[in-house]
Design a protein around this ligand. Structure first.
Ligand code: FES
Length: 202
């Protein structure tokens, strides 16, 4: 689970850049007049994305003003949900699923790779401060287990070596190709099986 305490070092100010402002206004337009506060979660997500994957207190205050709601209410939402990071996690935020289907398919080999390449401990920045990793619960890609998420992308059908290669790439500032690392298209079955009864290809 991500650290739920705000970072000690906080920027003094925050405001949406043009891209975030446009995204925030698009979200706001979906709510009826007077109900814009319901957009708080989406706006926190936009702020997190703009700010290298974490939400400073200044962003919570900015969003409170933006939505004309009390700061404490924005703070409560941001500190309750674990998908919001309250401290720097690096430009590349690696989340490794270790729930049962991924675990029995080798998720802890992926954790070993993260420890070797990023940091011994989860929620700790790499030496160059560009990334961090943490264990998370099911990310909904169990069919292609084991898997991990880096920022918005899923990397699936992994093993230790493939994970090491992917992490090498992000540590070099490259963006590795997302998706299955065994060439599967989406969630297609292995060995061209079409039904659970189709055992001849199992
Ligand atoms: S158990 Fe890992 S994605 Fe569901």
């Amino acid at each position: 689970m991500s650290l739920r305490r705000p970072a000690k070092d906080q920027p003094v100010s925050f405001e949406f850049n043009d891209l975030s402002l446009e995204a925030a206004n698009l979200i706001l337009a979906k709510y009826p007049e007077g109900k814009q506060q319901s957009a708080v979660m989406a706006l926190l997500y936009i702020a997190q994305k703009q700010n290298n994957n974490w939400i400073p207190l200044a962003a919570m205050k900015y969003i409170a003003k933006f939505l004309d709601m009390p700061y404490i209410k924005v703070y409560e939402v941001a500190t309750f949900y674990t998908m919001y990071n309250l401290a720097p996690v690096g430009k590349y935020f690696v989340q490794v699923c270790t729930t049962t289907p991924c675990m029995i398919r080798g998720a802890y080999k992926l954790i070993e790779a993260c420890k070797e390449k990023i940091s011994d401990n989860e929620c700790e920045l790499s030496n160059d401060k560009s990334c961090s990793w943490m264990e998370v619960e099911c990310l909904g890609a169990c069919v292609n287990a084991p898997m991990m998420q880096i920022n918005d992308d899923y990397y699936e059908d992994l093993d230790k070596q493939k994970t090491l290669d992917i992490l090498d790439k992000i540590l070099n500032g490259e963006t590795p190709k997302p998706g299955s690392y065994r060439g599967r298209v989406n969630n297609e079955p292995e060995n061209n099986r079409k039904t659970l009864m189709d055992l001849k290809n199992a």
